[in-house]
Design a protein. Structure first.
Length: 66
């Protein structure tokens, strides 16, 4: 049986657990870590992606109208 108890409700940083072995002992474990922040796309790259998409849509519309 595994019993787990988060130290801070709602946060993934800290967890304590205890594993029992049918009344014949058990093992305990503690984990403390910090989550890795997600990679962010730099703002200039976002603007370039948007501009490229809009340019592509404009070219498709221009080709269809000619």
């Amino acid at each position: 049986t595994l019993y787990a108890n988060p130290d801070h409700a709602g946060t993934p940083e800290s967890m304590k657990g205890y594993l029992t072995g049918g009344g014949r002992g058990g093992a305990g474990a503690n984990y403390t870590g910090s989550p890795t922040p997600p990679a962010t796309l730099p703002e200039p790259a976002t603007i370039v992606l948007l501009a490229t998409g809009l340019l592509g849509l404009g070219l498709v519309r221009l080709r269809r109208s000619v």
